[in-house]
Write a protein that binds this ligand. Structure first.
Ligand SMILES: Nc1ncnc2c1ncn2[C@@H]1O[C@H](COP(=O)(O)OP(=O)(O)O)[C@@H](O)[C@H]1O
Ligand SMILES: O=C(O)C1=C[C@@H](OP(=O)(O)O)[C@@H](O)[C@H](O)C1
Ligand SMILES: [Mg+2]
Length: 419
């Protein structure tokens, strides 16, 4: 009788592993036997000696440590100086490779960001930046500058490179959940950019990427790199090749599950009502920003009446920053979120923004202090806000009944991810 293995033969090794997408990605690639292995440093040698283990991914802080346990190393792993994938060989030895390298190149290629002959600015000088550096060299970068916090050149020197940098790559954790939105450098002075890349994948769009998007510069978040490295690892684990379409299918599925659906529009247009309908259809939680405000303070209308609109906006911005860190939700905003430009990064970082439109004559005005004063007041408000709603939204939804609005959004959302 054969013995049941005590360990899953594949998995991710690290010291403390929070939520990881790796088991789900490997499952989608046909390997359900992929587990999370949290091990302390003193447990590593014994752990790696277990014969049941066939393949591992390795993360912080062991990417360098495990190199000495590998009897053979790929060229990329040697040059980068760290291993993120270990494969058990027929003679029981470990072969170490670095598939972050493959994932990074896959990410650039699918975003059509080319490197040959270009000047690249890399933010950060940690482990990931080493992988990025070797890949950039192999792709034929003309010049690679690493900005750092500890050694010169520093982040503050970014403007000196603004006129001729063609690609920017963030390898630091600045801007990562939960400290988001946040960014190390501004793109304002950069005039020659052909690509901006962030290895962060939570949030989907860091503040740096949102700035790139607003300037019309091609950009990529780090999810394709994560999926790309997993596909390269799965190729070694399962000894089979995967098509680009299989990688794309996984990226799309993760994005579709996570992107928030965000509703903006005039007070009384139906953000809360359509939000409720969408929450039912998508089986997602509804976050109503006005309700959340009321839980913390009092009804928004009452707050504006007693403290004034400026004070309300301050509080609303802070609250929005907190609420929009979430993923996979329906978010109904208060009608005035578009009046503060900084609210855009909060909404957009994990969200597709829908602007709800109905004729002003049909809008509810009860309990809404800014809508008091008849149609003329609403028209004045609309004149001010219309360009803001336009700038804040990806999709404009003209609708009559709440169901019609929800239908349109449901179809648009699925079409967007599956076209
Ligand atoms: N499409 C619609 N047609 C008719 N009445 C609507 C529609 N959408 C919402 N309402 C009604 O208008 C009022 C305000 O809707 P609500 O969803 O609270 O708007 P918002 O959140 O945009 O301020 C509610 O009484 C709601 O029942
Ligand atoms: O448009 C606005 O400035 C406001 C809209 C309200 O939300 P609704 O749009 O849900 O009415 C509420 O946030 C507050 O009274 C301010
Ligand atoms: Mg509402």
């Amino acid at each position: 009788m054969s013995q049941t293995p005590v360990l899953s033969p594949y998995g991710l090794l690290g010291k403390t592993l929070g939520h990881s997408y790796s088991p789900a990605i490997h499952k989608a690639l046909g390997n359900p036997a992929y587990a999370l292995f949290e091990r302390a440093p003193h447990e590593l040698a014994q752990f790696l000696a277990q014969p049941d283990l066939k393949g591992l991914n390795v993360t912080i802080p062991y990417k360098q440590t495990v190199m000495s346990a590998c009897q053979s190393l790929s060229d990329a792993a040697k040059r980068i100086g760290c291993v993120n994938t270990m494969v058990r060989q027929a003679d029981n030895s470990w072969y170490g490779h670095n598939t972050d390298y493959d994932g990074f190149i896959f990410m650039l290629q699918r975003a059509n960001i080319t490197i040959t002959g270009k000047k690249v600015l890399v933010l950060g000088d940690g482990a990931t930046s080493h992988t990025v550096h070797i890949a950039l060299e192999d792709l034929g970068a003309r010049e690679i500058i690493h900005l750092s916090r500890k050694t010169a050149p520093f982040y503050e020197e970014a403007p000196q490179h603004a006129h001729d940098t063609e690609v920017i790559i963030n390898t630091t954790p600045v801007g990562m959940y939960p400290n988001c939105p946040n960014q190390l450098i501004s793109l304002a002075d950069f005039t020659n950019l052909t690509g901006v890349v962030d290895v962060i994948y939570n949030p989907y769009r860091t503040a740096l990427l949102i700035e790139a998007e607003q300037k019309g510069i091609p950009y990529s978040d780090g999810l394709p790199m994560l999926v790309g490295q997993a596909v390269a690892a799965a190729t070694l684990f399962q000894k089979k090749t995967f098509t680009k379409e299989e990688a794309e299918r996984i990226i799309t599925q993760l994005r579709q599950e996570q992107e928030n659906i965000i509703l903006i529009g005039m007070p009384g247009v139906g953000k809360t009502t359509v939000g409720e309908a969408l929450a039912n259809r998508f089986k997602r939680p509804l976050i109503d920003c006005d309700d959340e405000f009321e839980k913390r303070y009092c009804h928004p209308g009452e707050y504006i009446a007693t403290h004034g609109e400026a004070d309300f906006r301050e509080k609303e911005t802070v609250l929005l920053q907190e609420l929009c860190k979430t993923t996979g939700a329906i978010i109904a905003t208060g009608g005035g979120v578009v009046t503060r430009p900084e609210n855009y990064a909060s909404l957009r970082q994990n969200g597709r923004i829908y602007w709800l439109q109905r004729p002003l004559t049909a809008l509810a005005t009860d309990n809404r202090p800014l809508s008091q004063g008849g149609l003329q007041r609403l028209e004045t408000l609309y004149t001010i806000r219309q360009p803001l709603y336009t700038a804040f939204s990806q999709v404009c939804v003209n609708f009559t009944t709440p169901d019609e609005g929800a239908n349109y959004i449901e179809e648009e959302y699925h079409a967007h991810f599956n076209s």
